[in-house]
Unconditional design. Structure first.
Lengths: 181, 313
């Protein structure tokens, strides 16, 4: 999962006592995590999803983790996003079923947008302007920190933030178009 | 409209969270949790945007060299027309021979209603794409001439050595040297943006040379030659596909463009008249969405007013 590799980038921070482990964090913060799952859209299913999260996190061997609570919360957030995406996928599958009963993989890794749509996204990003498009690419595609992008381009951090917001606002408008279509 | 404005605000917050959470050190999960609990709709808004963001993992890693993202990639643009589908519901794009224009009264005068788009092909193969709310005059006896009386048009000119194509806008003349360019004629102002080739602006007076990727805004009462500025080639004539891109443009001008391009009535309250707008605007099927985006990105509030909207501060 994506968050695993991200987490390894922060491993220079304080290490957790291995004995405490991820299970200890899950237990100690059970109420907090369940509340998060509830407001994150799980509603009454939050308790069940806490079990899912437990399975996900205790199943796999991970090295020592800095900020284990953040790690768990991020995992909970990703769990909810995965659920949203697989629900969207079956929705799209049901829609397409009448037209052509193509086989879709139920994987959450699959993309929900087509190549044509991705090309439109690229066009729209380029159309916003050279600097915002470049900043967005460095941030979203190359995974560079905002502060490093600011240094690299010789602009202020607030310019980087404003450009990112601008690009994302446009992308949100485009997403609605895809949805409406 | 109220709901739209609220949604736009929630979307902006969701975007902020998403951007912050991309930082691996992000730790404010309680703050995120608080925001989600403010409104039961927030989770769905966040999911929709975060899910779309995840799909962007498929964006190619190596970016195109900046400044030349779109030239020579023509097939992409027309395909966007399919995406907008009925976005420009009133628009119809057809090829009309000049001779058949007699149906519309003066055979040399082409007038479009707000939101109506029309393409005219001239005898020499040059094409004029005319935005809504515009008047273009052509002349049977002068095949290499067109006059933009008012409004906006994109010219795709077939180059002929020694026989330049001339576009008149107000008292100004734009002389092509084999090009595609967009011209807007507003009250007492002419704007030119070039996406291919070169044009000369008022060769016998200002003689300003405008190459691809450049443009100019000239006021009728300004006696100096207008300054050439950079424009984004990808967004020249963006009205044709419903993507309007601005870089510090007064809201009143944006409102004019929306009227022409989509037939939308947008007025700007006096206290918001000085605001300028940066960003890309999509002419949405749901016009309320376009207005909500404009309001959110310009820091104004949108309210319905008659058949249209008013932006206030």
């Amino acid at each position: 999962m994506a968050f695993q590799s991200k987490q390894s980038m922060t491993s220079s921070h304080d290490r957790t006592d291995a004995a405490q482990g991820i299970e200890g964090v899950l237990l100690a913060n059970r109420d907090r995590i369940i509340r998060f799952l509830e407001v994150r859209g799980a509603g009454d299913a939050a308790e069940d999803l806490f079990q899912d999260l437990w399975m996900r996190l205790t199943d796999r061997r991970t090295g020592p983790i800095a900020e284990p609570l953040s790690y768990v919360m991020r995992a909970a957030n990703n769990l909810m996003l995965d659920r949203y995406r697989s629900a969207r996928q079956s929705e799209l599958r049901d829609k397409a079923w009448g037209e052509a009963s193509a086989q879709h993989s139920p994987s959450t890794e699959a993309s929900l947008i087509s190549r044509e749509q991705l090309a439109l996204v690229e066009t729209a990003i380029a159309a916003i302007g050279e600097r915002p498009a470049r900043i967005f690419r460095r941030f979203r595609v190359d995974g560079i920190h905002q502060r490093d992008i600011a240094n690299e381009l010789g602009v202020s951090l607030s310019t980087v933030e404003a450009d990112l917001r601008k690009v994302y606002a446009t992308l949100t408008a485009i997403r609605r178009q895809f949805d409406a279509g | 409209m109220q709901a739209d404005a609220t949604n736009a605000a929630a979307e902006a917050r969701a975007i902020d969270w998403l951007i912050r959470q991309r930082d691996p050190d992000f730790a404010d999960w309680d703050g995120f949790s608080d925001w989600l609990s403010e409104d039961s709709g927030h989770a769905a808004i966040y999911d929709a945007i975060a899910s779309f963001d995840q799909d962007l993992d498929a964006l190619p890693r190596t970016p195109a060299a900046p400044g030349m993202p779109l030239r020579g990639e023509q097939p992409r643009r027309p395909s966007r027309r399919a995406w907008f589908g009925g976005a420009i519901a009133a628009a119809f794009v057809g090829v009309i021979g000049v001779s058949s224009l007699g149906l519309f009264g003066d055979p040399n005068r082409i007038e479009t209603a707000a939101g109506e788009h029309r393409t005219v092909t001239l005898a020499d193969g040059s094409r004029i794409e005319i935005n809504g709310g515009s008047v273009v005059e052509v002349d049977k006896d002068r095949p290499r001439f067109a006059r933009l009386e008012s409004g906006e048009a994109m010219f795709h000119v077939v180059h002929r050595e020694g026989d330049p194509f001339v576009v008149e806008a107000g008292a100004n003349r734009i002389v092509d040297l084999g090009t595609a360019f967009n011209v807007v004629r507003r009250a007492r102002q002419t704007s030119v943006a070039v996406s291919e080739g070169v044009v000369l602006y008022n060769p016998d007076r200002d003689n300003v040379r405008v190459v691809a990727g450049k443009g100019l805004d000239a006021r009728d009462d300004d006696n100096n030659a207008p300054a050439v500025k950079d424009v984004d080639i990808a967004s020249v004539g963006g009205w044709r596909t419903g993507l309007l891109v601005y870089n510090g443009t007064p809201l009143s001008v944006v409102a004019e463009d929306l009227k022409r391009t989509a037939g939308m009535q947008v007025s700007i309250a006096p206290e918001a008249a000085d605001l300028s707008f940066r960003g890309a605007l999509i002419v949405d099927n749901d016009r309320g969405r376009t207005i909500a985006d404009l309001a959110a990105l310009s820091g104004t509030k949108a309210e319905r007013q008659g058949d249209g909207w008013i932006l206030t501060r």
